[in-house]
Ligand binder design. Structure first.
Ligand code: UDP
Ligand code: MG
Length: 334
């Protein structure tokens, strides 16, 4: 039976820890009874440097339920994406697959069963996708949707309406751990792994308690991070603008010369207008060109893995084989 870890990042969530822990422990119990997960499956609460009683409550839960509730405390607040990464990288050492979910139970925990069925059907990644955004404010809905559109236009491959509610097999987490970049945008990174994936749709609810920990400022910084970590398209846009302006300056040159010949211009106007347009275009072109190299350097310094192996067919035992953790060879957890 496969052992499940549920990874829950928490920042100042004292109002919800007990409620969330109870709801998820009940869910574990139910899934264990249905023989869908191993009996020692567990919750992993990641305390992202909370200033309130979050960690004390996690400790209490761990004492009361030492097998079902585990905790990880980060020394300071580093943000949702980093807390989640800390949780995933820790959990992968102790489980066969994991599901990440927010502490506030806005995501429907009962969608998890379908995710697990899809995992057992052979998928390494299952994305939880919000069916609709009725409970979000109008402002949040519009900003979030324009964000996904913008990302797409910038060439970032992310799943529409999927936040960080997702299932990952241990080997998917293993591949994810190869991404060494510091600026994290998980929703863009996970699809890069390329293992077979599926989607599960659910309705997003209100927070069970407490307030959002994602004010507009954090949302905007997540959006900017998403684009700037995945796309060097803005640089290409500068380059293209340079080309367009140089082209326009040629048209302007023809117009200015005709005006000059027909004689109805101020002295000095022709040379001035030509310099302005042509030099402006040339500067943009040069900046864009330099930018292309900087963009390449940027992509290089990320040291992203260049490929992810999914299966190996070798007659003799090879390095790749031991390197790749195939599900079939994993030990049985009883
Ligand atoms: N969170 C975190 N660190 C932060 C901010 C948020 O770990 O700096 C966690 C938070 O506790 C919650 C999840 O990230 O479990 C999502 O945050 P929230 O529900 O406040 O965001 P919203 O659903 O309003 O976008
Ligand atoms: Mg929330």
């Amino acid at each position: 039976m496969d052992k499940l870890a549920i990874v829950i990042p928490c920042y100042d969530e004292e109002e919800v820890i007990k409620i969330t822990s109870k709801a998820l422990r009940d869910l574990l119990k139910e899934l264990i009874q249905k023989e869908k997960i191993a009996a020692d499956s567990f919750l992993l609460f990641v305390d992202d440097g909370s200033k309130d009683r979050t960690w004390d409550l996690i400790e209490e839960e761990h004492k009361t339920f030492p097998i079902q509730v585990q905790g990880l405390k980060l020394a300071r607040n580093v943000g949702h994406q980093y807390a989640l990464t800390a949780g995933i990288l820790t959990a992968k050492e102790h489980c066969d697959f994991m599901v990440s979910i927010d502490a506030d139970l806005q995501d429907d925990i009962h969608a998890m069963e379908e995710m697990i069925d899809l995992f057992h059907a052979g998928n390494d990644i299952v994305y939880g996708v919000r069916r609709e955004r009725k409970t979000d404010t109008f402002f949040k809905r519009v900003t979030a949707q324009s964000f996904y559109r913008l990302l797409k236009s910038m060439g970032v491959n992310s799943i529409y309406n999927h936040a960080d509610y997702r299932l990952m097999s241990r080997r998917a987490a293993e591949q994810f751990s190869k991404y060494q970049e510091t600026n994290l945008y998980l929703r863009g990174m996970i699809p890069l792994i390329g293992y077979s994936s599926e989607k599960v749709y659910y309705d997003r609810k209100e927070r069970v308690a407490g307030k959002t920990k994602y004010p507009l400022k954090k949302m905007l910084s997540l959006a900017f991070n998403g684009i700037s970590s995945f796309s060097i398209k803005p640089i290409s846009m500068v380059l293209n603008l340079g080309v367009v302006i140089i082209f326009l300056s040629i048209i302007a040159a023809i117009y200015a010369l005709i005006s000059y010949v027909t004689g109805n211009v101020e002295p000095g106007w022709t040379s001035l207008i030509l310099s302005i347009w042509f030099l402006g275009g040339l500067q943009l072109l040069a900046i864009g060109l330099v930018g292309q190299y900087i963009g390449k350097i940027y992509m290089e310094v990320k040291h992203r893995p260049r490929y992810h192996i999914e299966q190996v067919l070798f007659s003799e035992k090879s390095n790749e084989e031991s390197f790749l953790q195939s599900r079939e060879r994993e030990p049985e957890y009883k």
